[in-house]
Write a protein that binds this ligand. Structure first.
Ligand code: ADP
Ligand code: MG
Length: 449
């Protein structure tokens, strides 16, 4: 991926110097993600001039050169009601009675692993954290469960508090908010409820999809929502659904959600899950002051067995560490082996009940040999690709009932005789070389429960 400096340099070469100096130099280049270059300025007049006169031209060129287009956002800070000395903040100081911030400290930007699947969401989140109510308001993050929405949302809150100690940052789930509202109503104190929530600086509302459960009560949320936007207070919302897929959501609110910043997090691929898992292992080593060793094949096993949800993956890791601590007095001396992991996690999760698939085998072999799955299905016959490919084909033959011609198909359309040749080669080598035989059998063992 191109870096921002490179992109800026490129734009310099395609514009004349005075135009570049006047309009592009003052822009802050913020991020590159999902085919978009994000740049901003505090000067909205300049921004609209660029949009009208330059943007199309720049975009057609950056698209051609990098496949990226430029998106401009306002970082308007004219009114400094976010600086510590301003009256707006003093007012907030008074409302501090309810500022027992309930943000989980561990959910920070530092502990969040940035990957292609969440890069856009991260970039929006950073932008909101640095410029609350000035970049995307509301920010709406959606994804399937366990992919880091809450983590990212709380990270925004933590960063804002780091930057503005007196801010009233409130995190809560939609259900909590609605329950609280019902309680206030019961005590005839609706106006207090409204006052409480319209006096926050930052409102983080999780799991908004449940709003539809709350029938009439949700009017209150709409009211608070509109009021906060009007007052230029930042709102961040998380959901497991795109606003269009939340039934009965008031149309005005829906378009308001879409009008701010709408980003999703995609499912992580195997490589991503491994990266996250490694981070979580390091965190736990520090937390438990324990130097346990979790070998690479165990990490791979966990990340490939639990693919849909990071929360589950973390749960498995916690259980593993727990069981290891109980079993071994010194986890450093007794490494956590694959056999141990399978045993420890058996009651917890159904690991690899499904039969091994060609794709799963390809991913595993690719990872083991440090190449890409795409290499395995490529035409390349370089030794460091052809050799793992032969192994992968052999394992496919051993573990699946798929006929040779179909295995060939799944390796980028190789002829079945090529597959057969590969299998024979591996068999011969296994016979001749005990070490190699063991290596391949371990590999096969990996897929057996
Ligand atoms: P969601 O709100 O989308 O259901 P969470 O934010 O609760 O998901 O995430 C579930 C767990 O996975 C959390 O412990 C979180 O720290 C972790 N997690 C998810 N994505 C990442 C990531 N990219 N980097 C680090 N941890 C992550
Ligand atoms: Mg969540």
């Amino acid at each position: 991926m191109e870096n921002l400096e490179q992109i800026k340099n490129f734009i310099e070469t395609v514009l004349d110097k005075p135009t570049f100096d006047k309009w592009i130099v003052p822009l802050s280049f913020l991020a590159v993600a999902n085919k978009i270059i994000l740049a901003g300025s505090t000067d909205s007049k300049k921004l609209s001039w660029i949009k009208q006169n330059l943007l199309d031209k720049i975009n057609s060129l950056t698209k051609k050169e990098f496949g990226l287009s430029l998106k401009l956002i306002s970082l308007n800070e004219e009114e400094d009601d976010f600086s510590l000395s301003s009256p707006a903040v003093e007012l907030t100081g008074k409302a501090r009675s309810f500022k027992e911030t309930n943000l989980q400290k561990k959910y920070t930007f530092d502990s969040f692993v940035q990957l292609d699947q969440n890069r856009m969401a991260c970039s929006f989140a950073h932008s909101v954290a640095e410029f609350p109510a000035k970049s995307y308001n509301p920010l709406y993050i959606y994804s399937d469960v366990g992919l880091g929405k809450t983590h990212l949302m709380v990270a925004i809150g933590n960063r804002i508090l780091e930057n503005n100690k007196n801010f009233n940052v409130r995190y809560l789930t939609t259900n909590d908010l609605m329950k609280e509202y019902v309680e206030y109503t019961r005590q005839n104190k609706v106006s207090e409820f409204t006052k409480k929530y319209t006096s926050v600086d930052i409102l983080l509302v999780d799991d908004i999809q449940y709003i539809t459960r709350w029938g009439g009560t949700r009017e209150q949320f709409y009211y608070i929502f509109n009021k906060l936007i009007q007052l230029e207070k930042q709102i961040v919302i998380c959901s497991d659904k795109h606003p269009d897929n939340i039934p009965d959501l008031e149309h005005r609110i829906k378009s308001r959600f879409e009008w701010g910043g709408l980003v999703d997090i995609h499912h992580y691929d195997l490589e991503g899950r491994i990266a996250i898992l490694k981070t979580k292992i390091e965190e736990r080593k520090e937390l438990f002051k324990n130097d346990f060793v979790i070998p690479e094949d165990v990490i791979f096993f966990l990340a490939s067995s639990i693919s849909d949800n990071i929360r589950k993956l973390e749960g498995a890791l916690n259980r593993l560490i727990g069981v290891a601590n109980l079993k071994f007095s010194d986890t450093r001396k007794s490494p956590i082996t694959l056999a141990f992991v399978k045993e420890a996690l058996k009651p917890f999760i159904s690991l690899r009940k499904k039969p091994a698939t060609v794709k799963g085998i390809q991913e595993f072999v690719a990872q083991k040999f440090n190449i890409k799955v795409n290499d395995l299905i490529s035409k390349s016959n370089k030794k460091d690709i052809a050799y793992p490919r032969q192994i992968a084909m052999f394992v496919c033959k051993k573990l699946t009932k798929i006929p040779l011609y179909e295995i060939g198909d799944k390796f980028g359309g190789k002829h079945h005789s090529t597959v057969l040749h590969s299998i024979k080669k591996i068999e011969k080598r296994m016979e001749a070389n005990y070490e190699f035989d063991k290596e391949i059998n371990d590999l096969i063992e990996f897929f057996k429960t």
